[in-house]
Design a protein around this ligand. Structure first.
Ligand SMILES: Cc1ncc(COP(=O)(O)O)c(C=O)c1O
Ligand SMILES: [Zn+2]
Length: 442
């Protein structure tokens, strides 16, 4: 059998020959009905070593890892130069950890805002999914999304001339809706929350026989995001011991674990980074489920107990998963990695974004500010240790949220004449920008 890859049912090990078969069975295992399948490759995984070696200092996009992505023909590749983004060293946060907590650690930022498609960490998934759908001659697709995945899919699918129908909750950002519309993709805005949007999308998919995005465990998404691990190995001197990400459904940890599994025999990585997953405090059902389980010593079946927040009211609609069906998977992975699920105060994300923009000239979006806020919260909670290599996933730039961008105004002075205008120094703002973080200090 000279085939590049096949899928394996996660629950019963049934072999699914290819995506054509997977799609034919409505993205379910034909034996046990499981919605979770993993891709397995016939090519020797040791080829990854070459792809992450120094001679590959110029990887152009996610397809640098073509041999380990589930696409057969390079002619079907859709790309907007995503996935091979920089890891920046944020020394000011290292200094903060040292000065305020006496902790020596490395702090790095994974710059998904620089992805070429829509400037979010959903571009990689969209590039891989659009290519696979094109290869399988799919003409129509649909997705329920809080905004970013829908926007990325809408753009990449439009490039492949595949129609995408998007089901978004009532509070999704207007900027996302506008971008999706601009590509000629259909938006159905629900009178309700993300859970309702998912529900109606599933009904639509059934009624009109249109393929529905498989969510956080979708093998196309997991394979795409798996390349994060390859990239960190390619770009970083020291592999992360802590991975911080804003958490909605949680594809990140699933994909990181899959990559570790794929390369386990190559001696490139040992343990999983400790997953520190951060939820906005106004929509944090996973944190609540986690805290309760922890307080009770993780009793049997703990992973199936979590609250459901109907119609969450949050400043960060991209993270508004009130009914986190993936909690059993994500929370188990967090536990396995010795990590934590925590919350960050939404009221403070503007302060975070202002500080980051001043210190790095990077304007992060609200969901990314939740992740960076999680770093401060982690220091306060004692979750960062001496010697840690912390990687913060900057999942989106501010372009995604123009209203949020406007909140970063703080130097403007309304003037009438030159008499009102005095010379200033940009560094004079630093004290005021760091002030809100005093409360995170020991
Ligand atoms: C910028 C950003 N960060 C984090 C997340 C959370 O991702 P996940 O659903 O994989 O937890 C999202 C999801 O939309 C996002 O757009
Ligand atoms: Zn099965």
């Amino acid at each position: 059998m000279n085939k590049k890859f096949h899928l394996v049912c996660y629950d019963c090990n049934n072999i699914i020959q290819n995506f054509t078969e997977w799609f034919k069975h409505d993205q379910k295992c034909s034996k046990c009905g499981s919605k979770r399948a993993e891709v397995s490759y016939s090519k020797d995984i040791s080829g990854v070593k070459d792809l992450i070696s120094e001679k590959n200092s110029k990887a152009e996009n996610v397809w640098h890892y073509f041999d380990y992505l589930p696409l057969n023909n390079k002619e079907n590749i859709i790309t907007q130069n995503e996935g091979t983004i920089p890891v920046d060293n944020w020394q000011f946060l290292e200094k903060f950890a040292k000065d305020k907590f006496g902790i020596t650690c490395e702090v790095h930022a994974y710059r998904n805002d620089l992805n070429g498609g829509t400037g979010t960490f959903k571009d990689v998934a969209a590039a891989v999914a659009a290519s696979i759908l094109k290869e399988n001659n799919i003409k129509e697709y649909c997705v329920a999304s809080t905004g970013n995945i829908a926007t990325a899919y809408s753009r990449y699918l439009a490039i492949a001339n595949i129609t995408n129908s998007v089901f978004m909750p009532s509070d999704a950002l207007l900027a996302s809706e506008a971008e999706i519309n601009a590509y000629g993709q259909k938006v159905f805005r629900l009178k309700g929350d993300y859970a309702k949007a998912k529900h109606v999308a599933a009904d639509y998919s059934k009624k009109h026989k249109v393929l529905l995005s498989g969510g956080n465990v979708d093998p196309m998404r997991v394979e795409a995001k798996k390349i994060m691990v390859f990239e960190w190995l390619r770009l970083m001197k020291n592999y992360p011991t802590v991975y911080i990400q804003a958490l909605s459904g949680g594809t990140g940890p699933i994909a990181i674990e899959k990559a570790h599994k794929d390369i386990k025999d190559l001696n490139l990585v040992s343990e999983l980074p400790r997953f520190i997953m951060v939820q906005p405090d106004k929509c944090d059902p996973m944190t609540q489920g986690w805290d309760t389980a922890k307080e009770n010593g993780f009793p049997q079946g703990w992973e199936n107990k979590y609250p459901i927040i109907d119609n969450p009211v949050t400043e960060v609609p991209t993270l508004a998963t009130g009914n986190p069906a993936t909690f059993p998977i994500i929370a188990s992975l967090v536990k396995k990695s010795n990590g934590e699920i925590i919350s960050f105060a939404e009221d403070e994300i503007v302060d975070v974004a202002k500080l980051i923009a001043h210190e790095t000239c990077v304007r992060i979006g609200p969901a990314a500010a939740i992740a960076v806020g999680g770093f401060f919260e982690s220091l306060k909670k004692g979750l960062i240790k001496n010697g840690d290599v912390v990687l913060i996933n900057i999942g989106e730039g501010v372009k995604r949220a123009p209203k949020f961008a406007e909140k970063l105004i703080y130097t403007t002075k309304i003037v009438d004449s030159v008499e009102d205008c005095k010379p200033t120094n940009r560094n004079s703002y630093l004290e005021q920008l760091y002030k809100p973080f005093d409360k995170y200090c020991k």
